[in-house]
Write a protein that binds this ligand. Structure first.
Ligand code: ZN
Length: 519
């Protein structure tokens, strides 16, 4: 999007201004400004821009992408893809594409996924409406004279956030020094839960000088695995964070696992400490949850080793491991000021945890809306595929009760690559499904005394060590002793009606599974 006048960009930071000017220059539009849209409905600059007309223009442009004619229009591709998938599923003997895709996932069938979405949508939308009402109050106090729209949401939710949960990330970081976080946090928790010990090795060649190698010893003192910690960003590194198993455990070949966690923490100047954000700390625990899944694997065939599990199951153990990041005994052990050794002030931590449940109505609704679209397109039989994709989309959102215009779907069908280009067709629900299992398991740990060897050993024996060698939902049920409940997730996200102010949040981010590794 080209913006002609600098004054329309009021509210942008110096960095943001520099990047829209640089983008214009790259397109030979000197003196103008170019806003590059990212591939979600929401756009990062909406939170800063003060010009409401420009905000609206950005949102409308984003929403209209690929569905207003021209060479990038994907409407026909969407309907054609839905048609072909429906026909393929029918040839294979399934009612629809979703039924075919879900059969070997943990959720297993269409009714299970639909029930999950039906349970979650009403509380999510109700909470989004409450959040909109909070923001409307600010608009009215400012005598804005308009109703909150999707293009106003980021900037007004930021005002609510500042008023209620203000804290400065820079106050936090001195307590999150990388070495403390890994050795005294991540490894410490694994010691308490599973009896693991770690010894750094400097004799093993690495592909990059700052990669660290640890020998991991099991509870009986015998070597279990090698763990590589590749924490720093570098120009040639892929973005995000992920785990990879370079050698998979297998009894068939007698291999022990070599697993790695790859993060993208900016490297400080020489001699400076590496201080993490709260999000990076949580990511370190998350990725180590995948690493444990890989290291504890005790299966015969590499095909079923470690994280080789259904897509809607793989994020579950890693999300569970995040719980230890803020578990008091673990936190006390690692969150110390890097200079003074002072423990992190409880008041500061409380603010961080409270802020995590903020805006969950919006986040859950935009995610669920996209999930519902993914299911709607893929639960059609060949004769039901519509001609008018835009009308079908609107109808699907309406029927599901999530058509609340201030919160549009995170992706509309026409730029929804998870559902139509990537490998997530009928599978975008996976993130929240994993989180249902995760929240339920976190409750189980809390009810059974938390950070204890007994609990860790049970989780390891019944679940982590089994990889994909048994039915995934069966593993979960054996571990907790029943079917999964959705209530712990609602509570965590503050979506349960009775206790709407409770619980923390998880990201429902758009992670992509990579071959041989998981994020
Ligand atoms: Zn993950």
């Amino acid at each position: 999007m080209v913006v002609d006048r600098k004054e329309d960009l009021r509210g942008l930071s110096d960095n943001q201004m520099a990047s829209v000017a640089a983008a214009a220059k790259a397109e030979h539009k000197e003196g103008k400004f170019v806003i590059q849209l990212q591939n979600t409905t929401g756009q990062p600059l909406l939170g800063s821009l003060q010009n409401r007309q420009l905000r609206e223009r950005i949102m409308q442009t984003s929403l209209a992408r690929n569905s207003h004619g021209g060479e990038f229009d994907t409407r026909n591709i969407v309907t054609r893809t839905a048609q072909l998938r429906a026909e393929k599923a029918k040839l294979l003997g399934y009612a629809n594409w979703a039924a075919y895709q879900l059969e070997d996932q943990t959720a297993h069938d269409v009714p299970t996924v639909n029930k999950l979405l039906t349970d979650l949508a009403p509380p999510a939308v109700a909470n989004a409406k409450r959040e909109a009402a909070d923001m409307q109050k600010i608009v009215d106090q400012e005598k804005g004279g308009f109703q909150i729209a999707s293009w106003d949401w980021p900037s007004y939710s930021e005002k609510v956030r500042k008023a209620r949960y203000a804290f400065d990330e820079s106050e936090l970081r001195p307590y999150y020094e990388l070495n403390h976080v890994i050795l005294d946090g991540v490894f410490f928790a694994a010691g308490k839960l599973y009896g693991l010990t770690f010894k750094e090795r400097h004799d093993i060649p690495v592909y990059q000088p700052d990669v660290r190698v640890f020998e991991v010893y099991d509870r009986d003192g015998k070597p279990l695995a090698l763990f590589l910690g590749d924490y720093y960003a570098r120009p040639s590194k892929r973005g995000g964070a992920w785990m990879n198993a370079y050698v998979q455990q297998s009894d068939l070949f007698g291999t022990k696992p070599v697993v790695a966690n790859h993060l993208n923490i900016p490297k400080p100047p020489p001699g400076e400490p590496t201080l993490l954000t709260h999000d990076e700390v949580r990511t370190a625990f998350h990725e180590f949850g995948h690493a444990l899944h890989g290291m504890f694997s005790k299966v015969k065939y590499p095909r079923f080793s470690g994280t080789s599990v259904p897509r809607d199951f793989v994020e579950y153990p890693s999300q569970v491991n995040e719980m230890w990041a803020t578990w008091p005994e673990v936190l006390k052990n690692y969150a110390k000021h890097y200079k003074t050794g002072e423990p992190i002030p409880q008041a500061l931590l409380d603010k961080v945890i409270a802020a995590e449940k903020f805006n969950q109505g919006y986040k859950t609704t935009e995610y669920l809306s996209a999930t519902l679209l993914d299911q709607a397109w893929h639960q059609l039989n060949p004769s039901e595929v519509p001609k008018d994709a835009v009308a079908f989309e609107a109808e699907a959102l309406h029927k599901a009760g999530v058509d609340f215009p201030p919160v549009p779907p995170r992706y509309r069908s026409f730029y929804f690559s998870h559902a139509f280009a990537g490998g997530y067709s009928a599978g975008y629900y996976s993130y929240i499904w994993s989180e249902v299992l995760d929240a339920d398991t976190v409750e189980w740990f809390k009810e059974h005394g938390g950070l204890k060897r007994e609990n860790g050993d049970r989780f390891r024996a019944m679940l982590l060590s089994r990889g994909g060698s048994a039915d995934a939902l069966g593993l979960f049920k054996n571990f907790v002793g029943r079917d999964p409940y959705v209530e712990p997730l609602l509570k965590r996200r503050g979506l349960d009606h009775a206790q709407s102010e409770n619980g923390a949040s998880r990201r429902t981010e758009t992670e992509t599974l990579q071959r041989g590794g998981v994020r």
